[in-house]
Ligand binder design. Sequence first.
Ligand code: FUL
Length: 450
Amino acid sequence: MKAVHSLFFCLLVATPLLAQPTVKPSPRQLAWQPLETTAFLHFTVNTYTDKEWGDGTESPAIFNPTKLDARQWIKTLKEAGFKMAIITAKHHDGFCLWPSKMTDHSVKSSPWKNGKGDVVKEVADACREFGLKFGVYLSPWDRHEPRYGTASYNDYYKSQLRELLTNYGPVSEVWFDGAKGENAKDMTYDFDGYWAIVRELQPNAVMFSDAGPDVRWVGNEAGNAGETCWSTIDTTGLAPGKADSKYLNRGDPAGRQWIPAETDVSIRPGWFYHPAEDAKVRSGANLVNLYYQSVGRNSLLLLNVPPNREGLFSEPDIASLKAFRSILDETFKNNLIAKQPKLTDGKLATFTTLAANQPLVLELNGEQTVDRIAIQENIATGQRVAAGKVEYWNGSDWQPLQTFTTVGYKRLMRFPAVKATRLRLSFTNTNGPVQLAEVGAYKASAREEK
Ligand code: FUL
């Protein structure tokens, strides 16, 4: 008895001395984060009714994208550097963009291709052709299906998930939207059952909902990740459609689950195409700003580009996407920091380990004008930086340049240009030794927003 007690005592005493197990991404999350720029494709009967939320009474007869060309969408996205496209296979109105066996409320009842078309297949095929990953959005809230509000709707939804995850090749992301109108019927979704099907049929896919399980909502639709943004949260009490948006925006350094933030935002005011919004498409420079606010704050950009009534991307959207990529390429073309074997090789897996307050001096390629800095952690082993600072050498002194909070996958800093020959980086608050994977200093394209 005594021996048992003292063993128990030893364990109790020893525990606080052990390092806390670090919360880390799963392989599927680790493959997802570096995609950086991904696209949403909102397309359905709403495109024809000029609405954002259909009520489920729309006739399939209105769906007729006479020039539909998913290759045009995906080629445009590919050329603009996007790495994945997620299609609204079914939005809240219940109309299915693929010929589901579970309902006639789909493309098969539409005049498009005499009811023989399949938008989901055309998008999946185009993604494969152009080398983009492919994802599906299947709205849980369904305003058309009569079973909605009864337990058998869960079977309906699961059968539809099985169709989408079986018949279209690899699926890299499944989007579980939490929206539900105020007057909607009560419905208890079997999310655990839905998620099990995704794991069974597409084990490499990440699942998005307000609270994960793999990817969380960033808490707004304005393209704004938190200035401080942890990839960890505590999901206790959270569920799709039930989460504190401020909490999701910042994450939680004490969170025990790795569920990074995805920043979904539209290139237009609405999610669906509206002719009146042709003049309100975000400019390329505006999209670049969104990139800084999402990817540059440890999130991932999910930019919505809605096809128009003909079934094509519109000219203003295409022009903005092109400008977006060419501005980004121009800004990040030349890393002004002198080559370092591990820190400028573009690989997260090669890193330099730094303790808190251990300064790292970075030589520039001679005197340079700098107004952007990028830092990346090797997130494979978790997220350690809580705060840090950058100073610059002006020829005679170290001057303060920037302070920052979280880093994670990527931290981008923008500031008025300085002339410097070297930079000094230190992490002033960390939850363990930092694995610094990449650093960069840049001079921004003159086409960025001022
Ligand atoms: C929301 C939906 O209600 C919007 O229509 C859109 O699909 C957006 C991405 O998610 O919850």
